[in-house]
Design a protein around this ligand. Structure first.
Ligand code: SF4
Ligand code: SF4
Length: 175
């Protein structure tokens, strides 16, 4: 796991630029009260908005990944703050800095190898048929010639290199 102290300088500026909108927050708590994930996890979106742009600790925060991006909070915020968009930008910075959950990394590796986040196997084929679906989904599983195109698309945008650069975990929550 990457030590947050190793995070290159300038990231705080990047976070600040990403989170300018968050400075309009009046900490009313409407976002947290509207958050379905917050009822079942430690996610406190009001707190994340408060610290957005202020500390690099947010980059290794577990909470950053507990949001399901349902947009409830953003739709209800009385200050019209782009809460979820800010969160997604911070997630992107976080991954570029090498922080990623092992589970997310595994999904990315599946995508890189199979062009699909969920590889097909005998069990999944049977399940699909039992559900009345075609044995193979309308993806590279069915159109296998498309796999090389998907791989070259992922390579062209640097996705493989990005995932290689990440560690297999995030640090404990420091926010
Ligand atoms: S609803 Fe908007 S203004 Fe209120 S705490 Fe959340 S982000 Fe801040
Ligand atoms: S978008 Fe995320 S933070 Fe906002 S209400 Fe939904 S789960 Fe909560």
């Amino acid at each position: 796991m990457k030590d947050i102290k190793e995070v290159e300088t300038g990231i705080l500026d990047e976070l600040k630029n990403t989170s300018i909108d968050a400075s309009k927050c009046m900490q009313c708590g409407v976002c947290s009260a509207s958050c379905p994930s917050g009822r079942h996890t430690t996610l406190n979106i009001r707190k994340l908005v408060r610290i957005a742009g202020k500390t690099t600790d947010i980059l290794s925060s577990e909470e950053l990944w507990m949001c399901t991006t349902c947009y409830n909070c953003q739709e209800r915020c009385p200050r019209n703050i782009n809460i979820v968009d800010i969160l997604l930008d911070i997630r992107a910075i976080s991954v570029h800095q090498g922080f990623i959950h092992p589970e997310h990394r595994a999904v990315c590796e599946m995508l890189l190898e199979y062009g699909h986040a969920v590889p097909i196997n005998e069990k999944n084929r049977k399940k699909r048929v039992n559900l009345g679906l075609e044995e193979l989904p309308e993806t590279v599983h069915k159109y296998v010639d498309g796999l090389e195109e998907v791989k070259s698309l992922l390579a062209s945008c640097g996705f493989g290199k990005l995932i290689e650069h990440t560690e297999s975990g995030v640090t404990e929550d420091k926010t």
